[in-house]
Ligand binder design. Structure first.
Ligand code: NAD
Ligand code: UDP
Ligand code: UDP
Length: 335
């Protein structure tokens, strides 16, 4: 018998990716219907297999650079490769995904008069000269470097979000996400946490780019998803941009040592060439998220790493072939 649905219908673009698939799980657990749209460029069907028969879940293979006509009540726009190695593989497509993708989800939100959240990034601050980074900082971004397809694409997407808000009254939410890690990162993702864990679990050399003194601040994915949902449901007056991240800062060398200690690995650390424009330091100022959303991360890296290592241990054990985490093309390994 047909029943009238009373659930909220939520669109998650990039929903088969690392963050997106956790967001989809959380929304379904809260009773929402979810339409997951993804072209599977860096995402993986394994991340959503468990939802195959879920009555409130639907998957659509689609590239957000093309228009999308669906009926939903909320839009989370996460579609975009996030790992430098993958977003630099086809940089023109990366910019198109950010810019054309933003135009299409904004056109959709404008027609439906529904809120739309943009997964922006700490990369809009580039190689920051202010530390930690508050939302008011305009950044230090190279417009023509190897990271620009991502950084400038995301900056242009933010511009489009604020222009749709000013010009058409679209309800927008812009989250500036800092480095996030956790289960369901792809073993071949290429970002630092998955690379180091997969290398350590297999006894491979751990590839620290440069001397490892550059810093990042790592947020566990469950904390981030909580922040994204709070931002979406924060009322129309809250547009952001709002930093979401864990302010505890580590050097990359410290992270390598922590992963070795946590995995009990005999891997040794080797040094590889630092890729161009690699930010030297990064740490979010999250005072706006605290005061506006009542949000701050609750999961410390020690616990988050344990969960992530357990996830990769299973993947590595189940794999017939060893995984070879991709290292940056500019990486000219020298110890
Ligand atoms: P991910 O690569 O695991 O997920 C991105 C998803 O988008 C993938 O499933 C991919 O297939 C999909 N996608 C890419 N291009 C697409 C297109 N043109 N059309 C449809 N789908 C497309 O990365 P993630 O870490 O889950 O990141 C999710 C979002 O959060 C991205 O927008 C990213 O820029 C942003 N972000 C993530 C982090 C982080 O540390 N994880 C930090 C800052 C910003
Ligand atoms: N769009 C979409 N789905 C919709 C409405 C619009 O994909 O439900 C796309 C549409 O193809 C257009 C873009 O969003 O290219 C921007 O739409 P908008 O209405 O802002 O601009 P216009 O169509 O006037 O160029
Ligand atoms: N990095 C590293 N070894 C790796 C992968 C990354 O030393 O195998 C470094 C990288 O140079 C950067 C930091 O770790 O300084 C974070 O890189 P990631 O690709 O995870 O994300 P980013 O914050 O640079 O976008």
């Amino acid at each position: 018998m047909l029943k009238k649905s009373i659930s909220r219908r939520v669109l998650v673009t990039g929903g088969a990716g690392f963050v997106g698939s956790h967001l989809v799980d959380r929304l379904l657990a809260e009773g929402d219907e979810v339409l997951c749209v993804d072209n599977l460029y860096t995402g993986d069907k394994h991340n959503i297999y468990h939802l195959h028969n879920h009555p409130k879940f639907e998957f659509l293979r689609h590239d957000v650079t093309f228009p999308l006509y669906v009926e939903v009540d909320e839009i989370f726009n996460l579609a975009c490769p996030a790992s430098p190695i993958h977003y630099q593989r086809d940089p023109v497509q990366t910019t198109k995904t950010s810019v054309h993708g933003a135009i299409n989800v904004l056109g959709l939100a404008k027609r439906l008069q529904c809120p739309v959240l943009q997964a922006s990034t700490s990369e809009v601050y580039g190689d920051p000269e202010i530390h930690p980074q508050p939302e008011g900082y305009w950044g230090n971004v190279n417009p023509i470097g190897i990271r620009s397809c991502y950084d400038e694409g995301k900056r242009c997407a933010e511009t489009l979000f604020f222009d749709y808000h000013r010009q058409h009254g679209t309800e927008i939410k812009v989250a500036r996400i800092f480095n996030t890690y956790g289960p369901r990162m792809h073993p071949a993702d290429g970002r630092v946490v998955s690379n180091f864990i997969v290398q350590a679990l297999q006894g491979q050399d751990i590839t620290v780019y440069g001397n490892g003194s550059q810093t990042r601040s790592f947020c566990f994915v469950d904390d981030l998803v909580d922040g994204l949902i709070r931002l979406m449901r924060s009322g129309p007056e809250v547009t952001g941009p709002i930093n979401l991240g864990n302010p505890r800062e580590f050097t990359i060398l410290q992270l390598a040592q922590l992963v070795i200690a946590k995995t009990g690995s005999s891997s040794k650390i080797i040094h590889a060439e630092l890729p161009g424009d690699d930010p030297k330091q990064r740490k979010p100022d999250i005072s706006v998220a605290k005061s506006t959303l009542g949000w701050e991360p609750g999961i410390q890296i020690e616990d988050g790493l344990d969960k992530t290592i357990a996830y990769f241990r299973k993947i590595v054990l189940e794999s017939a072939e060893p995984w070879a985490p991709p290292v940056h093309a500019a990486a000219n390994i020298a110890s």
